[in-house]
Design a protein around this ligand. Structure first.
Ligand SMILES: C[S@@+](CC[C@H](N)C(=O)[O-])C[C@H]1O[C@@H](n2cnc3c(N)ncnc32)[C@H](O)[C@@H]1O
Length: 256
């Protein structure tokens, strides 16, 4: 990535006390929701971090962080939370240059995480059986400036299976991961990983049993609990509110 703004770069408009606004650097004025029109054309060729005046207020225009991107996604189906998304990526062997697949694309939150971690030399194939979700995920990935790393495919992977061969990892965030286990194994390179995400114990049990039946090794199952801490002078303690449950993670490796 160049250290100056180019046409179409994803950018975040930040200001103290306000949530970041994620948009693209364009050579012509662009509408920003219902808030008016913003002209960023003079930023082209300049370094990120410059000051932008808009609607009488001063903002900083910076490269968007993953938190900016994930916090402002266009929402469709339930997205995977950051704590689970990054661990799923870890379990699936995401690394710079890796070739991975995921199903389903949903809102594209996990796609944005995976595409960031594999870097410009990596590749993600993202499946969904619903065209409207595939479009929503595509819009979110484009908005994040990661479209060149992701290929979206309309496919019911439970009925038709995963395509491809030689993948480094596969993430399954759909209701019936066991229905995709066999074709996932066929699509993985030796040493490749599968990681699954399901909300109920029943789904987890069936998934793990199927991974074992399909001769995956190093099979693991876990849940991650995130407990926010309220920090006050002399009164630091766990927050009263926390997200009680998100989903269970499972993983396995194709060894032979
Ligand atoms: C919970 S969402 C995925 C959320 C996504 N990981 C994210 O972070 O935004 C589950 C998705 O799986 C898709 N799906 C369910 N069964 C599928 C199948 N058999 N083949 C392909 N996609 C499927 C659904 O259409 C839905 O978009």
């Amino acid at each position: 990535m160049s250290d100056v703004w180019s046409e179409g770069d994803a950018a975040a408009l930040t200001r103290s006390g306000e949530p970041a606004l994620v948009l693209r650097v364009r050579s012509s004025p662009q509408p920003v929701g219902t808030r008016g029109v913003l002209d960023l054309s003079t930023e082209l060729g300049r370094a990120p971090g410059g000051e932008v005046e808009w609607l009488g207020r001063r903002y900083r225009l910076v490269r968007p962080s993953l938190a900016d991107l994930l916090g402002t996604l266009e929402r469709g189906p339930q997205i995977v939370t950051p704590k689970d998304a990054f661990h799923l990526a870890y379990l699936a062997g995401a690394a710079p240059g890796a070739s991975l697949a995921e199903a389903g694309a949903g809102s594209g939150a996990l796609t944005v995480v995976l595409a960031t971690l594999v870097g410009p030399a990596g590749h993600i194939t993202s499946y969904d059986r619903r065209p409207e979700f595939l479009d929503a995920a595509r819009r979110n990935v484009e908005r994040a400036g990661l479209a060149g790393r992701v290929e979206f495919r309309l496919r019911d992977v439970a009925a038709e299976g995963l395509e491809g061969v030689g993948l480094g990892g596969v993430v399954l965030d759909l209701p019936e991961p066991w229905a995709v286990a066999r074709s996932t194994r066929a699509a993985l390179a030796p040493g490749g990983y599968v990681a699954t995400y399901t909300p109920t114990f029943n789904q987890l049990e069936r998934t793990v049993r199927t991974l074992r039946d399909e001769r995956f090794e190093e099979v693991r199952a876990l849940e991650l609990i995130e407990r926010p801490i309220h920090v006050g002078d002399g009164g630091t303690r766990p927050a009263f509110e926390m997200l009680g449950h998100t989903g269970f993670l499972a993983s396995g490796r194709k060894v032979d």
